[in-house]
Write a protein that binds this ligand. Sequence first.
Ligand code: NDP
Length: 254
Amino acid sequence: METAYLAALGIIGLLGLSTLGATLRQAGPYGRHMTAGQTGTMPARAAWLLFESPQWFAFALTFWLVAPPEAGPSSVMLFLFGLWQAHYFYRGLIYPLRMRDRHKSFPIVAVCFGFVFNLCNGFANAYAVGHAAHLMDTAWLGDPRFIVGLAVAAFGWVVNFQADNILLSLRGDGFTGYRIPHGGAFRWVSSANYFGEIVFWWGWAIMSWTPAGLVFALFSMANLMPRAVAHHRWYRTRFPDYPKNRRAVIPHLL
Ligand code: NDP
């Protein structure tokens, strides 16, 4: 099983590099970056439900059945299991169901890519959490890495959740186009949701202190930062009154 774990880490790393290369050339073709008349698509809500699902089922199956912790899960492992499942209950179920525009479509090739990536990532993170010696000991709950990581993750999650809500509210009146988002971390960046997401996964990487957590945090940056830069450029061309002091994704930096 250790071999499968290392293979999953390798696949995630390769997918991260290929995503970075592709998104630096052209933002992933979903949402505002889809081309008119694009074929090979499916309803966006069903797409999100489908491609995010392995994050919770692969994690849960690995943690409890495929490669469970040898001495049974410790309280630290159970906490991390609960945190992961809670996040993906939100991202994989609540978030798609809250999407406003039910007629949006999503490329099937991106669904396939996301499904495979999420399968590897859910497995790798569950295996890592269930087999890390430092997570067997409840003393980890008092370790500075756990405390700092938890604080970072909580901050990132709140920023991401607030940004998701602001974006969803922009179409609360049935409008289907795009408006300039305001409030929360949108004061500083065009993609406050991606900023929060990246911070959250760095928090997870620090608090779990596993190679899988680190690789996922790096993947999230490779995936979301070029896309945030593309969003930022798109806003600036589309809205002449777009706030000039806003950066793309990292306040004051990028
Ligand atoms: P986007 O910011 O591209 O879009 C989010 C939603 O808000 C979409 O429904 C979009 O509609 C709508 N929206 C965005 N901007 C505006 C606007 N200016 N006016 C009106 N509506 C707007 O985010 P993603 O769809 O890429 O991601 C959604 C969530 O998933 C985010 O929280 C993100 O962090 C997370 N995610 C995490 C990843 C990871 O690697 N960990 C990978 C991808 C996403 P439309 O679709 O029509 O553009």
